[in-house]
Design a protein around this ligand. Structure first.
Ligand SMILES: Cc1cc2nc3c(=O)[nH]c(=O)nc-3n(C[C@H](O)[C@H](O)[C@H](O)COP(=O)(O)OP(=O)(O)OC[C@H]3O[C@@H](n4cnc5c(N)ncnc54)[C@H](O)[C@@H]3O)c2cc1C
Length: 447
């Protein structure tokens, strides 16, 4: 077997794909344009860099679809999940990591494999020959984007989501704020105190919402559409949808007791989460925004405890490049018009670190199997992996296709279980049990 697998993009998906294919015995060349060519969001030349939040979201593999995806990736010796476990930070029920050591470790592990080489260069064409995976992400370089458009004829869609601001811990007033996870969730004291809470009275909340609504926002570029992804709405857009919306979302005051005033129930609570192992940086959870920088500092300093906050990074808006996968890709993520090319990661229309890495895992295994002459059975739709790939390669409505997070709505119903909120716990457990069995079964063909 001499055929090389070329993987373009060493982010979440490309790194995972390289790991999986190499561990199946295939020779891999990973092409990464950073640090020679930069994107506006990446800050290092590391593979597997997390561009914004340091969280892989819920780690609950019984009641949460993202947690289930974690489980399935661990079961398949996933590089991203295993390494995340090694650099875990306390974050209640979520899997948050220390981002720099995490990415350094991903880079070192891949470079240590004898059949992986990393070529630091930008790829700007879709080659006619050889086996290729393109995992160039939401910030695919413009020249490559143009080459993809020439091949597919389909227009890459652009939409905005937003990054949350990061605050220096030492600038937070702890005589007003306190550390506590909602409902004291977590196994250890560290987990139970993973969040930093800033309480608001009703008057403070009203003034904050007024300021949010009045703040200067970044304008959209000409020709770009403001099609926000619902899971990542900027806070000011949430506030525009209703003055109480944030109190039912990232600012909900439930499950928390203010030790500075135990008898006063806060009207709203802003939560911050540790952003590095040292505990020197905290991000404002769920506060992605497209407010202008000057306005952000003024508005966020209205939050009790953050009056003197200093920001290591303010929030911002960004572009997302993704294919109309339901029309362009087959069930193995190959480009129908050029089957020596696969796509993986966020460019296929999944959304988020975990989902992107998951699609990298599948693409890596599928490409390696093809090179090795192995036929793979279809990824079972009842697994989280299968639910996602089925969605993007056919299950989704092509005309209105937008990026998708993994969620139980993508799963086939389990017969005989109660619907509605009451039956939710049993239903989710049934989904996750069934998924684990299906995924474990699919993996046996690699043994
Ligand atoms: C600003 C921003 C903030 C985000 N915040 C979050 C968040 O908080 N949580 C979350 O889950 N997701 C977030 N996302 C989405 C996030 O990018 C994806 O979830 C994840 O990183 C996608 O993984 P990927 O491997 O597909 O792409 P990436 O991780 O972006 O990796 C793609 C890689 O391809 C390289 N590349 C691009 N073009 C070329 C080329 N022509 N030749 C060679 N290399 C190339 C890039 O340098 C990059 O290393 C954010 C995205 C952006 C842009």
């Amino acid at each position: 077997m001499t055929q090389i697998l070329h993987i373009v993009g060493g982010g979440m998906a490309g790194s995972e794909a390289a790991w999986q294919a190499a561990n199946m015995g295939v020779n891999v060349v990973l092409h990464e344009m950073r640090p020679k060519v930069e994107t506006f969001a990446h800050q290092t030349g590391n593979l597997g860099e997390m561009v914004c939040s340091n969280s892989f979201r819920s780690d609950d593999d019984e009641q949460n679809a993202v947690g289930l995806l974690h489980w399935e990736m661990r079961k398949a010796d996933g590089l991203i999940m295993t390494t995340a476990g090694e650099h875990r930070l306390p974050a209640g029920g979520a899997l948050a990591v220390d981002r720099d050591p995490f990415a350094e470790s991903i880079t070192a592990k891949l470079k240590a494999l004898p059949n992986v080489s990393v070529s630091y260069e930008e790829v700007t064409e879709l080659p006619d020959e050889g086996q290729w995976i393109f995992a160039t992400g939401p910030l695919t370089s413009p020249d490559l984007g143009a080459a993809i458009q020439r091949e597919t004829g389909a227009e890459a869609l652009a939409f905005f989501d937003a990054i949350a601001p990061i605050v220096y811990a030492e600038s937070i007033d702890m005589s007003k704020a306190w550390m506590q996870s909602r409902y004291d969730k977590g196994e250890t004291e560290e987990e139970r105190t993973a969040y930093l809470n800033c309480p608001m009275t009703k008057d403070q909340h009203e003034a904050f919402i007024d300021a949010l609504l009045a703040a200067d926002k970044t304008e959209f570029h000409e020709g770009e559409t403001a099609g926000y992804f619902d899971g990542c709405l900027p806070i000011e857009v949430m506030a525009e949808r209703g003055r109480e919306t944030l109190r039912h979302g990232p600012m909900k005051p439930v499950g928390l007791t203010n030790p500075h005033a135990p008898d006063d129930k806060p009207y709203a609570v802003v939560q911050l989460r540790r952003d590095n192992a040292l505990g020197t940086l905290f991000n404002i959870v769920g506060f992605q925004t497209k407010m202008k920088y000057g306005a952000q500092a003024d508005v966020f300093k209205m939050i009790p405890g953050l009056e003197n906050a200093r920001f290591a990074r303010l929030g911002g808006i960004h572009r997302n490049t993704f294919l109309n996968s339901p029309t362009l890709l087959d069930t193995q993520m190959r480009l129908k018009s050029k089957p020596n090319i696969r796509f993986a990661g966020q460019i296929t229309g999944v959304e988020g670190y975990v989902e992107s890495a998951a699609m990298g895992l599948l693409a890596g295994r599928m490409a390696a199997a093809e090179i090795l002459g192995q036929d793979l059975t279809e990824v079972p739709q009842d697994s989280a992996m299968g639910a996602l790939i089925h969605h993007i390669t056919g299950g989704a409505e092509a005309k209105t296709f937008q990026p998708m997070n993994v969620n139980f709505g993508l799963f086939r119903p389990v017969e005989g279980l109660k619907g509605g909120r009451r039956g939710r716990k049993d239903r989710y457990k049934a989904y996750t049990d069934r998924a684990k069995e299906a995924w474990s079964g699919w993996l046996t063909q690699f043994a």
